[in-house]
Write a protein that binds this ligand. Sequence first.
Ligand code: DAH
Length: 340
Amino acid sequence: MLDKIAGLKAEIETLSASTPEEVEALRIKYLSKKGSVASLMTDFRTVPAEQKREIGQAINELKTLATDRINALREALETTESVDPGLDLTRPGAPMPVGTRHPLSIVSNEIISIFGRLGFTVAEGPEIEDDWHVFSALNFAADHPARDMQDTFFINREPDVLLRTHTSSVQSRVMEHTQPPIRIICPGRVYRNEAISARAHCFFHQVEALYVDTDVSFADLKQTLLYFAREMFGPETKIRLRPSYFPFTEPSAEMDISCNLCGGKGCSFCKGTGWVEILGCGMVDPNVLDSCGIDSKKYSGFALGMGVERITNLKYQVKDLRMFSENDTRFLQEFTAAAH
Ligand code: DAH
């Protein structure tokens, strides 16, 4: 009987089938009530008692083997069957859609990298701020209109918790805990209570730069501005400074660059003037240095701040500011080539 079992075992191990019907035939042949395994069970009754254990075990093993083998044949056929016969597995896969950098990130990274070449390093601060870092430390008078509800989003009054209206707040934070030399570039989002339109939004982005050291002069500021303008808009770019006012700088100026759309000849973008305004700047007011714990008799500095949306518009002529925050992928994908 053991020989018979061994014979069946060898047979089962080499079973094969190419259709489900063949598998079923094998199941009937080996595992049905009248199948080979069942007939062994019938023979088993006549086995002498002392051999029952050994033979019983062999029959059980054979039954498991047959069941596993036949199931495996069935599964193999099922998986091949579910594969579309027209499918070409050697074809390359469908491309995965790759995201693109947001235009504002592209431009802000470019600004950071230009200032990085001059030794400026990135500093960041919170968007939810207090009055001190956004206004008081920066020499805003107590009744300055920028503190007004109309401009500033307040989260809480007394103590004042608010959304920063400019990234100049990072200046005060860094100066509070760092002694000069300080050379920082501060990118980030700012908030102002403006009605949303093509030309204004309640949040936008700024990059602020601050340099404080011994003997920092207006000439250093001018040269830095010229370097930045040429790196950002091309070597032909001219700059022009107009006197201005900011509470935290004295003297203060606004910088225009020669219109990069018409090359300075005058067009609708520059309203015929040949110049476009791009940033505010000035020498850090000594009051600001002192408020932040830096000796204004020993140190001087310059600061500048610009809107990233404005620079991006100049580079890419985005007509409507709202495009920047709508996350329409058709718009975002236009900047793929520029992202490097
Ligand atoms: N904080 C100013 C604003 O939000 C921009 C600015 C102007 C920053 C002059 C400066 C500066 O650092 O010197 O409009």
